[in-house]
Design a protein around this ligand. Structure first.
Ligand SMILES: [Zn+2]
Length: 344
C-alpha cells in the first residue's frame, strides 16, 4: 500500500496564537492544570546569548514548559546553521544509537509501514531499510528531506507534522526521536499520531528527561534545556500522560543514560570566565579545541565526570526517556474475567 500525504497548510495566525497565549496565568499545555510555578530562568547558552527565558512547571503532571516562547516566525533566529550542523553531525557519528532503537522496536513490530517524525537526513530510516518495511518520513528542512529520500528511498513529506494529511490508520509504527520537545502543539501532534496508527500500532518516542540526574544537578546549565529551541521538557509521568491523552497505552517506558556532562560543564565554565571579564567563544561557534585544552578535558572526564556519573543514579534517572506506546485495538476489551486481548 502506498500512503499519499496531502499538504493542507494551516493558518499561520492559529500557530502564532498557540505560541503566544494571552496575558494572565498560563495553564499547563498538556493537562490544563492552573498554577504552574516558575521552575528556572536561563539563557541560550549554546549561542552565548543574554536574553533570559522562563520555564514553568505543572504541579499536577510535572510537565515543564517555556513560558511565552518566541513566535514560530522568529524561530529561524534560534535554529542557526551552527545548530543544524551539530545535530546532523551527532546523527551521522553514532550508528550504534540507531541500531539500539531498531533493536528496541523489534519485539513489537517486525514489518509494515513506518513513519519517522522529524526524520532529518534519514539516519534512522536508512537503518530500517529492508524488504520488510515501507518507509515514510516528515521533515521540515527541504534539504534534509531530499537527502533522506535519496539515501533510503523513503517517501518524505516536507513541512510541519500538522500540515501532513495521511489517511487514518496508515502506519504500523511511528517513531519520533528528539523531536517532540521542539513542537509547539504536542497534544495535537499526539492526537495525529493516534489517528495515523493502525489499531495495535506502535509509537516509539524519545525525549530528554527533565527529571534526570544531570538536569537536577546542573539546573539552567543543563545542556538538555536547549533554550529556546526546546519548548517542552518531559518527565516520565508527563510523557505518559500525553500519550494516554491520545488513546495510546504505555507498554514500555524507561530512562537511559545519555550523558553529555561535558557540555553542561562547559556552560558553567563560560559563566565562570564571564564573571572574570573573559568572554569565551560560545559552543556554537567553537572550532576544534587546541591540544592543551583537549588534554585538560580528558583529565576532567577521567576524574570529575567519572565521579559525577557514579553519583548520578542517586539523584535522578537517565538523561533520555524511551517510551513505547500502543494504540489499542478497535474492539475494546470486555471487562470480564479471563478476557484475552486480541491485537488486530
Ligand atoms: Zn500538567
Amino acid at each position: 500500500m502506498n500512503v499519499i500525504p496531502v499538504s493542507e497548510p494551516s493558518s499561520v495566525a492559529d500557530r502564532e496564537a498557540v505560541a503566544r497565549p494571552k496575558n494572565g496565568p498560563e495553564r499547563c499545555p498538556i493537562c490544563g492544570q492552573a498554577g504552574g510555578r516558575e521552575w528556572l530562568r536561563g539563557p541560550d547558552r549554546f549561542h552565548g546569548r543574554q536574553e533570559k527565558y522562563t520555564l514553568l512547571r505543572c504541579p499536577a503532571c510535572s510537565l515543564v514548559w517555556l513560558s511565552r516562547p518566541p513566535q514560530p516566525s522568529e524561530m529561524h533566529l534560534h535554529y542557526t546553521d551552527a545548530y543544524h550542523k551539530l545535530i546532523s553531525a551527532a546523527g551521522e557519528k553514532s550508528p550504534e544509537r540507531w541500531r539500539a532503537r531498531k533493536t528496541a522496536l523489534m519485539p513489537y513490530k517486525q514489518c509494515g509501514a513506518l513513519l519517522d517524525l522529524g526524520c532529518s537526513s534519514g539516519s534512522f530510516l536508512e537503518f530500517m531499510r529492508s524488504e520488510s518495511w515501507k518507509l515514510y518520513g516528515i521533515e521540515i528542512s527541504a534539504e534534509g528531506a531530499k537527502t533522506a529520500e535519496e539515501r533510503t528511498q523513503a517517501q518524505v513529506f516536507v513541512g510541519d507534522i500538522l500540515d501532513a494529511r495521511f489517511p487514518r490508520e496508515s502506519f504500523d509504527v511511528i517513531t519520533c526521536f528528539d523531536v517532540l520537545e521542539h513542537l509547539y502543539e504536542p497534544r495535537r501532534v499526539m492526537a495525529r499520531v493516534g489517528e495515523w496508527l493502525k489499531p495495535g500500532g506502535i509509537f516509539y518516542v524519545l525525549v530528554p528527561n527533565v527529571n534526570s540526574a544531570e538536569a537536577r544537578v546542573f539546573g539552567s546549565y543543563w545542556h538538555g534545556l536547549e533554550l529556546p529551541r526546546h519548548l517542552f521538557h518531559y518527565s516520565p509521568a508527563s510523557l505518559k500522560f500525553l500519550g494516554e491523552s491520545a488513546g495510546l497505552r504505555e507498554v514500555s517506558l524507561e530512562t537511559q543514560r545519555n550523558p553529555a556532562v561535558g557540555t553542561s560543564l562547559r556552560y558553567v565554565w563560560d559563566d565562570v570566565f564571564s564573571a572574570a571579564g573573559i568572554r569565551r567563544t560560545p559552543a556554537a561557534y567553537q572550532g576544534e579545541a587546541s591540544l592543551p585544552w583537549r588534554a585538560a578535558r580528558k583529565v576532567v572526564r577521567k576524574t570529575v565526570l567519572r565521579a559525577l556519573l557514579a553519583m548520578a543514579p542517586l539523584v535522578g534517572g537517565g538523561e533520555s526517556i524511551h517510551a513505547i506506546f500502543r494504540k489499542e485495538s478497535r474492539r475494546p476489551l470486555e471487562a470480564s474475567p479471563g478476557a484475552v486481548e486480541v491485537q488486530l
